[in-house]
Design a protein around this ligand. Structure first.
Ligand code: MTE
Length: 337
């Protein structure tokens, strides 16, 4: 991310697929997110048949995930009139530096990551800290399908159907103390299976760390995802548990989380530490504040190729301004990029 600027040639012309094929039925139904009351959206079918996506490769879902699928709220949040990115692009054009810096590296190398068993620590300023087996951690929560735009700071974007649950529900469960003002997230650190962490060229000080303000984390759009395209997360997309904050640049959406800490001070995050003039703590999608080395006014929507770059205007807060702009009414977004 730091060193590479995405070029149209990164995608082969053969990757281009007619957009209409990937329009999901529910996307066209257009139950868009109006207001922040996600849980109260009309037209949400409880336990309905899973959405079907054209090209999904089946995974080997753990038992707890299969059990949860039956009660999933399909299409709980959608994006109107925008094609869902083909599964192949969403799973073979990735950023997951623990597995390499090229877009194809995570798909090629992340198979070595063992996601079962997986444990997660919630600690810091909470009344109920704990170490959980993943299946116990997710047990209280109903899965929802959330179709969100994902906008990378490198100026490419996708539309992805995630399966997850709101971070706010988790926070209510663990009860932040009055001192808690931020969340700090940490990815697994295991150089044995993560070649990027063994590389002597790596600039990142592992583990990968991200953070949110507590009120951002409480916003109904912020979710912890365990699946995508109706199946469990592929390893390269951050299995078994990742953050999704759709109004922020993709680097905030940290993958393969092992620790969530509630803290009093703003945590230092991976990209901010590495290049503070290029990547900030907030990282809200903002077409009016350019990256020092490229414009943020436009983006390439994948699939994108040399002859069909599929460029579109970037939307303020990635199109989620109605839901999140009030979080930043006191903030100069030019300084707090
Ligand atoms: N999380 C970890 N642990 N390591 C990473 O390198 N890359 C980030 C984010 N989360 C990254 C990460 C970046 S830059 C982006 S754009 C998104 O993951 C990409 O998510 P995707 O590969 O599922 O599209």
């Amino acid at each position: 991310m730091l060193i590479k600027i995405a070029r149209p040639s990164d995608c082969k012309a053969s990757d281009i697929t007619p957009e209409g094929i990937y329009l999901s039925r529910r996307t066209m139904l257009g139950a868009s997110l109006a207001g922040a009351a996600v849980a109260a959206l009309p037209g949400v079918a409880l336990g309905a048949e899973p959405s079907r996506y054209a090209d999904v490769e089946p995974g080997a879902a753990p038992g707890w995930f299969k059990d949860k699928l039956g009660a999933t709220r399909w299409g709980a949040v959608t994006v109107e009139n925008e094609a869902i990115t083909p599964f192949k692009d969403a799973t073979h054009y990735n950023n997951f530096y623990e597995f390499g810096t090229d877009k194809g590296d995570p798909a090629a190398n992340a198979g070595s990551l063992k996601t079962e068993p997986w444990s997660l620590v919630v600690d810091g300023e909470v009344a109920k800290p704990g170490r959980y087996a993943l299946e116990d951690f997710v047990k209280p929560y109903q899965l929802e399908e959330r179709i969100y735009r994902l906008r990378c700071v490198e100026a490419w974007s996708m539309v992805i159907p995630w399966l997850g649950f709101s971070l706010a529900q988790v926070l209510k469960q663990v009860e932040p103390t009055s001192k808690a003002r931020y969340l700090r997230f940490e990815t697994l650190q295991d150089p044995k299976v993560m070649p990027g962490q063994r590389s002597s060229f790596a600039l990142i000080d592992w583990p990968y760390v991200e953070g949110l303000r507590l009120d951002e984390a409480m916003n109904p759009l912020a979710i912890l995802a365990v699946g995508m395209y109706g199946r469990e997360l592929p390893n390269q997309n951050g299995a078994p548990l990742r953050l999704i904050v759709p109004w922020k640049y993709g680097f905030k959406s940290i993958k393969s989380i092992v620790r969530i800490s509630l803290v009093a001070e703003q945590p230092q995050t991976t990209w901010e530490r590495l290049a503070p003039t290029e990547y900030g703590f907030y990282a809200n999608v903002n077409p009016t504040v350019d990256h020092p080395r490229w414009t943020q006014a436009r983006e390439r929507r994948l699939p994108s190729g040399l002859f069909s770059p599929n460029v579109r205007d970037t939307l303020m807060f990635n199109g989620y301004g109605d839901e999140v702009a009030s979080l930043y009414s006191d903030l100069d977004l030019r300084k707090n990029y």
